[in-house]
Design a protein around this ligand. Structure first.
Ligand SMILES: Cc1ncc(COP(=O)(O)O)c(C=O)c1O
Length: 302
């Protein structure tokens, strides 16, 4: 089955200009609405899982084993795969046990995902941990995908995203996106070898390791890389206190963007990134004449 061309996944995803930004600041702001791939398997979750699905199929794996937080978009998307494509999915979940109040877990369970709960200390060891290894060894014919889906097979889907943007907006000057693991940014950057544009990343996490992490992904995706293109800027001041922290001013901003531009944002990733981008536009980090593509990486919940 070619998952990309299946009727449930919408690719290429649309692009849309936010016109009044140009009128006010001379910066052309275009949103790549990648959340529109699918309401459940949305944005970069689809892009990263797509190549994994192809690999699973070509190698004859029976199903997928992965890892995720109990509220994570990754777990939600995996449950979507189970529901839409009937793929056997096992997820090792960080946490103490099933909580029916948690909508992500409840959805995963009703979709038929097999859930194993691992306490936080053991979970930190992930694939290398004794408990995880024991579970994985019981399913030798399952493809193991890391948390967030950022492995070498993710690249083909990210390349697909890159190619769509190149066709839709050939003259862009900046690719802008949120960051968690850095896998999506690393994948896109590894496509940008001959690209004259810059990448600007707005991490959802607090820390100073983002640049290095993205570069690690570039090396993972492109083993022959000799020199990392000098095209990356990390704008790390817009995490709003850290991963998963959602202060009221962020929620107010998200509401305002929804009302003004009819653009839905999530509070963990895209809301923070779009906030940082708008601040940077106002403060002239981007210059008149720039053509900025904001990649909306998904994460919306119904
Ligand atoms: C909606 C959304 N945007 C961005 C990211 C960050 O992507 P990456 O981990 O590839 O940096 C994630 C998840 O991990 C996500 O769910």
């Amino acid at each position: 089955m070619n998952f990309s061309s299946s009727e449930v996944i919408k690719c290429p995803t649309p692009v849309r200009e936010i016109k009044d930004v140009y009128q006010q600041y001379g910066v052309k702001l275009i949103v790549k609405e990648d959340y529109q791939t699918h309401p459940i398997i949305s944005g970069n979750k689809w892009r990263k899982l797509n190549g994994n699905l192809q690999h699973m199929q070509s190698q004859g794996y029976e199903g997928i084993i992965s890892f995720g937080g109990a509220h994570s978009n990754h777990l939600y998307a995996l449950a979507g795969l189970r529901q839409l494509f009937d793929i056997p999915v096992i997820v090792l979940v960080r946490g103490d046990g099933f909580d029916p109040e948690n909508e992500t877990l409840a959805f995963a369970k009703t979709s038929g995902v097999k859930l194993y709960f691992i306490d936080r200390a053991a979970y930190r060891e992930k694939e290398r941990g004794e408990i995880a290894n024991k579970i994985i060894s019981e399913f030798p014919n399952y493809l193991v995908i890391p948390e967030g889906g950022s492995n070498q097979f993710a690249l083909s889907g990210i390349q697909e995203l890159y190619s769509e943007i190149k066709v839709q907006i050939p003259d862009y000057s900046h690719l802008v996106l949120s960051m968690g693991t850095g896998g999506t940014a690393g994948g896109l950057l590894s496509c940008m070898k001959k690209d004259r544009a810059q990448m600007v990343v707005y991490p959802a996490l607090k820390g100073d390791w983002m640049q290095a992490e993205i570069i690690n992904y570039v090396k993972l995706f492109n083993k022959n890389v000799v020199q990392i293109p000098n095209k990356l800027t990390v704008r790390s001041a817009f995490h709003f206190g850290g991963y998963g922290k959602i202060p009221t001013d962020l929620l107010l901003f998200i509401d305002e963007v929804k009302n003004k531009y009819d653009l839905p944002l999530d509070p963990i990733y895209t809301g923070k990134a779009f906030f940082g981008l708008m601040e940077d536009i106002k403060n002239k980090f981007y210059k008149p004449g720039d053509i900025v593509v904001f990649i909306h990486t998904g994460g919306l919940r119904e």
